[in-house]
Design a binder for this molecule. Structure first.
Ligand code: CTP
Ligand code: MG
Length: 237
């Protein structure tokens, strides 16, 4: 039987740290919005369909000005998300019940490559749960409330976590259902691997991604993304 792979692109955030008029996922890099690049990479991959989760007020805009305008034909649905990132993921999971594997990706990571997406799919098939990431290059220090050094973990065990994260649909959905019953401990959940770990009791394996796969968060990230994209276009010529 064929396995069905769905990508959920999360674009329902407010982008508060960007302090811009236009939400960061709709800001232009060269002549196209950030969200276009994130979705296009998945269109060029082997996923079967793509669900975009966005703000209720932006559903029409995304459908008309991004999906239709650029012919992103693998997009099967554009749906409203929720208050927190995990609410948006849950809305996405509810929209693709026929999936065997689900890949979850931040719309704010427009530099994701098709290779990283394919590695995430293979990883999910092998391990059931994987997250893209890169080993930390810097020393990372844990500090106290006054910024005094408390501990310096061994760098060999530190990875920077990115997306996509890819899972067996049934396992992730079960963990989410469990989280929605018991919302204690939900406060520090920042990604889907944490949901699976906390509520599904399953470990996520890290897979090597790319340092370029940055998350657009503050204004200088837009410039950085432009620089990376420019060098890609240059390499293609
Ligand atoms: N996201 C979402 N629904 C939410 C919150 C976040 O779909 N309720 C998405 C964002 O649109 C983004 C991704 O999750 O693509 C990663 O989140 P983050 O970088 O934190 O984006 P924002 O929450 O929008 O930004 P900020 O935290 O600065 O407000
Ligand atoms: Mg956020």
């Amino acid at each position: 039987m064929r396995t069905r792979k769905t990508a959920l692109i999360l674009a329902a955030g407010k982008g508060q740290r960007m302090h811009s008029e236009v939400k960061k996922q709709y800001m232009m890099i060269f002549d196209k919005p950030v969200l276009y690049y994130s979705v296009k990479a998945f269109c060029d991959s082997s996923v079967d369909n793509i669900v975009i989760v966005t703000g209720a007020e932006d559903v029409d805009y995304v459908r008309e000005e991004i999906v239709e305008k650029y012919g992103l034909s693998k997009v099967s649905d554009v749906i409203p998300g929720g208050k927190e990132r995990y609410d948006s993921t849950y809305a996405g999971l509810m929209a693709c019940p026929d999936s065997d594997y689900v890949l979850i990706h931040d719309a704010a990571r427009p530099l994701v490559s098709v290779k990283v997406i394919e590695d995430a799919i293979l990883g999910a098939m092998e391990y059931g749960a994987v997250a893209a990431g890169v080993p930390a290059k810097d020393t990372i220090r844990i500090v106290d409330d006054e910024a005094f050094s408390r501990e310096t973990p061994d760098r060999r065990y530190l990875w920077i976590v990115q997306t996509p994260q890819a899972f067996s649909y049934a396992e992730l959905k079960a963990a989410y259902d469990c989280m929605r019953k018991d919302r204690s401990g939900v406060k520090n959940i920042t990604d889907d691997a944490m949901v699976l770990e906390t509520y599904g009791g399953k470990k996520t394996r890290m897979i090597m991604a790319e340092y370029e796969n940055i998350k657009i968060t503050t204004p200088e990230d837009i410039e950085l993304a432009e620089t990376f994209l420019k060098s890609r276009c240059f390499l293609k010529k």
